[in-house]
Write a protein that binds this ligand. Sequence first.
Ligand code: MN
Length: 312
Amino acid sequence: MSGPVDRVDTASEPLAPEPAPVLEVRPSRLAEVAGTRVHRALPRRGRRTIGAWCFLDHFRAERPDDPPAMIGPHPHLGLQTVTWLLDGETLHTDSLGSEQLIRPGQLNLMSAGHGVAHAEDGRRAGRAGHGVQLWVAQPEVTRNGAAAFEHHAELPRVELGSGEAVVLVGTLGDLRSPARTDSPLLGVDLAFVGAIEVPLVPAHEHGLVVLDGAVTIGDTTVGPDELVYLGEARDELVLRASGPTRVLLLGGEPFEEILMWWNFVARTREEMEAAYRDWQARAARFGTVRSDLARVDAPRPQWMPEPEAPRP
Ligand code: MN
């Protein structure tokens, strides 16, 4: 029913404008891991976590003869390592006795719990390859628990408009990854050109990194080596790309405060110091790793006082 033009119809009065969804873009920072240059998208100043995702290194050969990453035995605590490759291959060995070659399209997921050690050796591929190394902070219920390792040779894939989604962890629509999750979490590789619509869980926060190409969200275009934080309260995400593009979408329930130091995630400095001492003392907690690569020593925590020199 239409009334007089000057009549105020409260039902059609515009509501207060919806706040624009969050879209923050931060440059990754260059870092070095065992002599290999990586682009570290997480953690960044002002953005420590997305869900329980707390670390993201993106590596890619800059020249065909760039040497592969060779990372000797090193420990982890209170986190899961997630390895995802686009090119190359890496041999994973760990203190649980696992020995697993990972290839593009496969997922390695190691849960450290109270302590684990592993080595990553790319020598067999003979080239640096392309991929991401991620960490997921473990929640209180599992972070002091047993270590575990799983390899997924096959992951659920689905056509999404003009592209394809591979669900690394968590659930996208009705597709569920078989990978273990200790908190509500999402990790999806999206390969597409043109426009795609990705369904999201509004109660979760999300973010993404471009692995290849460039993506436009709204009127913002981002390329590789930037972290895009998308906030919460989105029920879908529209991505556009003018050329072939690959994006890693991350999400999860906003996570509790964590401490990160070196290869450890904990809640207190005392926990960090104990893990540091145990690794340096070669305590049974971290086990032994079959690898001919050199063991990685822990740096001394910067807050720990130097040991007293013996008095003459
Ligand atoms: Mn590691």
